[in-house]
Design a protein around this ligand. Structure first.
Ligand code: URA
Length: 440
């Protein structure tokens, strides 16, 4: 196989056939194509792009590089959500039991956080004894029994993506729409759900800061998914400020789980409730369980307020070994006490200018990884208390830091100071939902 020919062709802006792309991906996965040639190819794609057909072929080859789960006998239509990642994004912990309580089956494969974005797996690891690795059989068995399960993605699902992503990460080729599409969809398609809803986060805390590029990504993700016979919808959600209050693994888990209790919908942060409800409603509607968004929302709220979703959540967490004290205020989670406040430096209207910095401040506290191999402290966190467009007064706490005093905490406080601005004139609040790409 002549990898150089494919690199040259892409460098000149030519399109490759599905067979050529498959040769390259299969060759790379089997170590017949060296990393330096794959790196050159990725950079050529970054500059020249790919046609929709090439992107579909790339996705297909990456998908076929590993196992595909059979979700056809879960006792109901299967559905999943993929978030492109952000700060304080604990939605999966609510969404999986809610969707299950609405009658969907939710087999979720999840990842760890890297850099400023948190991963669902890290949040689940804050639950004592929760098992994130299950065999495929046990994983699907939990979904059959309880309606949902969330596990770590094994190396057998789309292994080509793992190898290519590692190269993209060190060659400046992550921010490339066709490569992102193939990466996300190869994993999602391998996990087998019939309905896939994408939570496409946009703003300074997301890797898509620009809504136009996010729309282009959404178009490609849905066209690849539909070509594979999946029902797809995209909800564009704001990530210019943390979602909910808690940022940090144990505290985010606590915030999500407490919100799922009957009555929790009224008490939980409004943006978290809105994003969760809209995503689950999109799943319900896209799966064909409701004729329109409003009818889907009625089902979601009934599942939430009746306690059905809370019961699914308990069954699911227990089925994966998690030990929680369901009656306790802290559910038995180890959340660090508040040790410092980040206060407003003046009177005026708040703007969160750099949400990414808030995610990185969690890393300063030891609660997020900068390198894949870093270990993290699940107990530390930041409670974010104020939103863009809110009127604040000098000395008012904008955030509470849950971490021991020390250099990390000082660095986090300095970083937070650079993340916000206080204006003399009122600025507009930001909506939690930016737009929705209709389900099909
Ligand atoms: N998430 C993924 O899984 N892959 C990407 O390339 C970017 C975000």
């Amino acid at each position: 196989m002549d990898a150089l020919r494919f690199i040259e062709a892409k460098k000149q802006g030519q399109s490759l056939t599905a067979t050529e792309i498959d040769e390259l991906i299969t060759g790379f996965t089997a170590d017949r194509v060296p990393r330096y040639q794959m790196a050159a190819f990725l950079m050529a794609v970054w500059f020249r792009g790919m046609t929709d057909d090439e992107t579909a072929a790339l996705t297909e080859s990456m998908l076929r590089s590993g196992d595909e789960l059979d979700t056809s006998d879960l006792g109901g239509p299967s559905a999943d959500k993929h978030s492109t990642g952000g700060v304080g994004d604990k939605v999966s912990l609510l969404l999986a039991p809610l969707a299950a309580a609405c009658g969907l089956r939710v087999p979720m494969l999840s990842g760890r956080g890297l850099g400023h974005t948190g991963g669902t797996l890290d949040k689940l690891e804050a639950i004592p004894d929760y098992r994130i690795q299950l065999s495929n059989e046990d994983f699907l068995g939990v979904v059959r029994r309880t309606g949902c399960a969330i596990v770590g993605q094994s190396g057998d699902i789309a292994p080509a993506d793992g190898r290519i992503y590692a190269l993209r990460d060190v060659t400046g080729t992550v921010d490339c729409v066709p490569l992102i599409t193939a990466s996300i969809m190869s994993k999602k398609l391998a996990a087998g759900p019939e309905t896939i809803v994408i939570d496409l986060k946009c703003g300074s805390g997301a890797f898509m800061t620009d809504l136009d590029r996010a729309r282009e990504l959404a178009r490609l993700l849905t066209s690849v998914g539909r070509a594979h016979g999946r029902r797809m919808a995209v909800v564009f959600t704001d990530m210019s400020q943390p979602l909910g209050v808690s940022v940090g693994h144990a505290s985010e888990t606590l915030e999500a789980l407490v919100a799922m209790r009957p009555g929790g919908r009224e008490l939980a942060p409004a943006d978290l409730v809105r994003v969760t409800e809209d995503l689950v409603a999109a799943m319900v509607r896209t799966a064909g369980f409701a004729p329109d968004h409003d009818a889907a929302l009625v089902q979601v709220r009934r599942a939430w307020d009746s306690g059905d979703a809370w019961r699914v959540l308990q069954d699911w967490v227990q089925a994966q070994g998690g030990r929680l004290d369901w009656e306790a205020d802290d559910l038995g989670l180890d959340v660090a006490p508040v040790s410092a406040e980040f206060i407003a430096s003046g009177d005026g209207w708040l703007e969160i200018r750099d949400c990414r910095a808030i995610g990185l401040a969690l890393a300063d506290l030891g609660g997020a990884r900068l390198q894949v191999e870093d270990t993290i402290d699940h107990a530390v966190g930041i409670d974010w208390l104020a939103a863009t467009g809110q009127k604040v007064a000098a000395g008012q706490p904008l955030a509470l830091l849950r971490a021991p005093e020390g250099e990390g905490r000082d660095k986090a406080l300095r970083r937070l100071a650079g993340a916000v601005a206080i204006h003399d004139a009122a600025n507009a609040p930001v909506p939690a939902i930016l737009e929705v790409l209709e389900p099909k």
